[in-house]
Write a protein that binds this ligand. Structure first.
Ligand code: GAR
Length: 216
């Protein structure tokens, strides 16, 4: 591991193809980041198996094992904090993180639509139902809302006649994986600045120990 590499905890809820792209990217030391743990809100998923095959530590924190959502919020924040991440990545993590995590770490999320259009758990289905001809994917910071945080990067994807949710989502995910890897890599190597809703990548002085910065 390079001294300069930032520490990522990646959270997943499903197949983890975005996680796989990150696992592949961090294998090259020049990427600028390492994945120190993969967490999930359920067990038995391919995302966790991908992490195990890569030799990355995993943890599972299920909502139903806690008395209420606030207790889960505290528990998952503690599991994440144990790995001392510089950045948390939600890569198909289908839960809203609470204040204990959001106040402790910068959290990046990825979404299969062009926000602010079609937020939520069914972004692809909702875009198709609306009849848009262009959709895409968004990498953004997570905040307390549903896909409402400052946007970091976006890419477009055309909708074809005859697309269904599966064909369109697969085409979006092909673009999304590349965008997530590129964006997280730039954040790791170059840092970022958030001013209001505007995110700018770059301006990091490597070695200053500060992977990102938020100004009002
Ligand atoms: C991705 O398309 C991601 O954007 C989406 O789940 C998929 C996960 O795929 N997340 C959301 O819809 C969150 N609102 P993967 O498990 O193969 O990486």
């Amino acid at each position: 591991m390079s001294d300069q590499a930032i520490r990522l905890v990646v959270l997943v809820s499903g197949s983890g193809t975005n996680l796989q792209s990150l696992l592949d990217a961090v294998a090259d030391e020049s990427y600028g980041a390492v994945i120190v743990a993969v967490g999930a809100d359920r067990d038995g998923i391919e995302g966790l198996a991908r992490a195990e095959r890569a030799g990355v530590p995993t943890f599972v924190e299920r909502v139903r094992d806690h008395s209420d959502r606030a207790a889960w919020d505290e528990a998952i924040a503690a599991r994440i904090a144990a790995h001392k991440p510089d950045l948390v990545i939600c890569a198909g993590f289908m839960r809203i993180l609470g204040a204990p995590t959001l106040s402790a770490f910068p959290v990046v999320n990825t979404h299969p639509a062009l926000l602010p259009a079609f937020p939520g758990a069914h972004g692809v289905r909702d875009a198709l139902a609306y009849g848009v001809r262009v959709t895409g994917c968004t990498v953004m910071f997570a905040d307390a809302g549903v896909d409402t945080g400052p946007i970091i990067a976006q890419e477009t994807v055309r909708v074809y006649d005859g697309d269904d949710e599966d064909t369109l989502h697969e085409r979006i995910k092909t673009v999304e994986r590349g965008l997530l890897v590129e964006t997280v890599g730039r954040m790791a190597r170059e840092g970022w600045t958030v001013t209001g809703r505007n995110v700018r990548l770059g301006s990091r002085t490597r070695g200053d120990g500060e992977p990102g910065r938020t100004t009002k």
